[in-house]
Design a protein around this ligand. Sequence first.
Ligand code: NAD
Length: 300
Amino acid sequence: MPRHSRKVAIITGGARGIGAAIAYRLGSEGARVAIFDIDGEAGLYRVNELRSSGIDAIFVRGDVSREGDVVRCVDEVLKIYGGVDILVNNAGIGSSGRHLFDQTLDEWERVIAVNLTGPYLFSKHASRIMASRGGGVIINIASTRALQSEPNTEAYSASKGGLLALTHALAMSLSRYRISVVSISPGWVDTSRWAYPPREPRLSRLDHMQHPAGRVGVPEDVAALVSFLASEEAGWITGVNIVIDGGMTSKMIYLDEDIISNSAEILIGVQGLADALKKILSDPSKAAETLRILRSSGII
Ligand code: NAD
């Protein structure tokens, strides 16, 4: 019997990317799948794709940050499929990448609304249905950026950090109803093949080789973990965050001579770096300026 036979799953942001791969995986393992997404065109495309693979699927259009849309989705799923067993809070948006000094309050509030308020609203309304059916699983898709940051990512990192805290808070509130709540923090996942429309990945050797696991992640990596966490085999797991990132957050990075010489093969292979150097050296004014900077820094 397929792992998720007869179960009902809601996947937010299921029209493309990681959410679409999760919908496909759960659907392939017998679940009836409702994808909820703000993008109507991509949602219809995806639901047709799922159905053409023999998956029982519906699409509900809406915005995770609007309680009315969330309630409408849960009601529709209840009407069509009779309940909810698995909720995957996957919909998310990035921040602008603007420098902290130039970020706007609107930008902050929108990222928090989609990435944190959305999962709160869906969990609140779907768990009521799960509780009345004797249990369920809520899986929140966070990010390794909940744990570590690059500059100028305040709203996104804070929203995902909040999602980790929301996960353990929900796990405690809902344990009495036999509802498990976990979060997954993916690292870099290339979603090209699950984009709308799908496209070929454009990754360099460096992108792959800097990962201890030897490659950038794909949505199927996350979907496989979701499938396990949503299954009965994961019944003793709740309230925790699971990192899936090819080893990147465990990798200690201090630049020294060894790391540079060990990475020489990768660095030489960086697409564009050799070309950029050639360009600089063939332009006398740029070459002179580059040499001046290298000399004044004491590098040469
Ligand atoms: P994506 O942009 O490819 O897909 C996100 C989907 O969510 C889209 O279909 C979009 O229309 C939908 N969406 C956006 N705002 C919405 C809203 N307000 N209401 C309903 N739907 C909405 O993103 P992805 O890369 O597949 O990421 C999925 C999740 O995984 C996100 O939460 C993201 O933060 C997280 N994540 C992604 C990566 C990565 O490298 N791709 C890494 C870590 C975490």
